[in-house]
Ligand binder design. Sequence first.
Ligand code: SF4
Length: 390
Amino acid sequence: MSRTPAECGEALGRLRAAAAALGRAVRFMEVCGTHTVSAFRCGLHSVMPENVTLLSGPGCPVCVTAQGEIDLLIDLALRGDVTLCTYGDMMRVTGSSGSLEKARGRGADVRVVYSPMDALALAAARPDRQVVFAAVGFETTAPGTAITVLEARRRGIGNFSVLASHKLVMPAMLALLESGRINVQGFLCPGHVSVITGSEVYRPIVERYGLPCVVAGFEPLQMALGLALLAEMVRDGRPALENVYRQAVSADGNRRAQQVLREVFEPADTTWRGLGTVPASALVLREEFAPFDARRRFHLLQRHVPEPPGCRCGEVIMGVCTPAQCRLFATVCNPTNPVGPCMVSSEGTCQAWFKYRRTTEAQAAQERGGIAAMETGGTRRAPGSARDGV
Ligand code: SF4
């Protein structure tokens, strides 16, 4: 698909025409950290019709990781006999006793890796150490973890294990809808995840909830086209499942990756930040891979740990509040001193807002004042203002 500005303009024109015909406010939700950042970076919110809002849902894997799982990682890192390998975004997420970065400052052996295979290579090179890979992410990254576990078994690398925190997007979307806390008229479905799952996985949202779904990539044209299709389907009262990212996403997805996932993992209930316990939304290692399961190897038990005081990440993730509605946003919480994971992660909604939308304390305060005024009916919002996402 070409990406000319003219085509972007055409897609936006379709979106504007459909929005004008609707004559009422509509809200669509994306559930992908890359969509979140891409939309802010290209200024999509600022050129959308005033009556169309694009919310960010639970699409950032670091952000949805429960506080109790962060604590498990930190406890593990501080054991002394463990080398913990993690992706960089996890380093600064705060648990109840600091972060992995701070644990490293206290002597813990924490390494940032680019893939689970890096952690396996480290385990092979250091047979005297227990090497644990912190496996965070959705369907996109889980196949890499599964292949690494198979490789560890094939090579008999016994000092390697995985602390699996992989999560599945579709159960979270259904849990959001079942929660009754969100009011959306359609979903812009994630590109990366859909490469693995295929587009058909979202059909129940159309059939059970009567909401349109469009799988889209991350270019401005893809997102604008996805939103235009959503608005047109709402206008016409014909919800359907569409896929504008056919160059990467098929109806059935990547069957080889799905087969590897089924071989190594099985679904289990897990806790999501904001959503609470979501049935069958995690991938845990099957019994035959128990020797590579860090939870079993180190007898780890996950506790319920409250979010940092004042932090509203759970509500931001559910799309029921915007970052600017958090009193800590851009006051005590910023990318240099993040309080919650949504400000830590490069895909987090709070960090995206901070970088691309509201960068100073004064602006955040002004926005909160604007919201208060709007809530009492006093102010009409400007395009792309904090009312988005409410
Ligand atoms: Fe949490 Fe900071 Fe976002 Fe508030 S601004 S919800 S404290 S990450």
